[in-house]
Design a protein around this ligand. Structure first.
Ligand SMILES: *Cc1c(COP(=O)(O)O)cnc(C)c1O
Length: 234
């Protein structure tokens, strides 16, 4: 890599801000999350020193290994979460982006209650109904949202997360982002208790397509390889 992580972070931040302004919003209304899977605490700290405030990890174990070595930031869990792992992250993350079942929501509710906190969550939507991806079908969003808000008093639904199918061109993702935005807007019309339901977060957009996602209404983009370089899975 010729450029440093800090330089790359600032470049992505500039592009994120420009896309926000282009879509009629203030730069601070769209959050840049640095996605750090496979990257070391040292690399994460380089991004933090360049201004990163929000860090996304996919795996619980990996996050726990780095947690104490990274300067204080807001951690987000963005990958598939097993119920038996909820306990170990409940006091460490500000938001869980990948809730896709009442079972998981109940476990989060229980553990958040024990920890004396309310956990912010997003419901993950599987836009294209790809078998290899997690997330629920669009038509199940309302039922799951109602089930969670009626049962879980220590959970607050903040919106939705979506990952469109892999695409060759950023523009290919636009229809999926637009659909997620429509679901998000519809969600805002639902009359549910505000302390458990406060839809203000639309988590979409990655390295290849985050500017398109912002144009379509994303409020938090999850960018990994454009900041940290390619991943070496071990
Ligand atoms: C890895 C990952 C990202 C970041 O992907 P890049 O293409 O490297 O930016 C975003 N969201 C989720 C859920 C991921 O697993």
């Amino acid at each position: 890599m010729d450029k440093s992580i800090a330089e790359r972070y600032r470049e992505i931040e500039d592009r994120k801000n420009a896309a926000a302004v282009r879509s009629g919003r203030a730069p601070e209304d769209v959050v840049l999350m640095a996605v750090t899977k496979t990257h070391s605490a040292d690399e994460i700290n380089q991004a933090v020193s360049a201004g990163a405030t929000d860090i996304g990890e996919n795996r619980v174990q990996e996050m726990l290994e780095k947690y104490d070595k990274v300067s204080p930031v807001r951690w987000h869990l963005i990958g598939h979460l097993q119920t038996n792992k909820v306990k170990s992250i409940i006091d460490k993350v500000v938001m869980i982006h990948s809730v896709e079942s009442i079972r998981l929501a109940r476990e989060i509710d229980k553990r958040a209650g024990n920890a004396g906190k309310v956990m912010d969550i997003l419901i993950e939507i599987n836009s294209a109904m790809e078998e290899t991806k997690s997330g629920i079908a669009a038509e199940d969003l309302r039922a799951l949202t109602e089930e969670i808000t009626s049962e879980c008093s220590n959970v607050r639904i903040r919106g939705i997360m979506c990952i469109p199918p892999m695409a060759a061109e950023p523009e290919d993702a636009r229809p999926y982002f637009r659909e997620a935005r429509m679901m998000f807007e519809e969600m805002k019309t639902w009359d549910l208790p505000a302390e458990r339901f406060c839809p203000d977060t639309l988590s979409m957009g990655m390295s290849g397509d985050f500017e398109v996602a912002i144009e379509e209404g994303s409020t938090i983009v999850r960018v990994g390889s454009s900041i940290f370089g390619p991943r070496n899975y071990r």
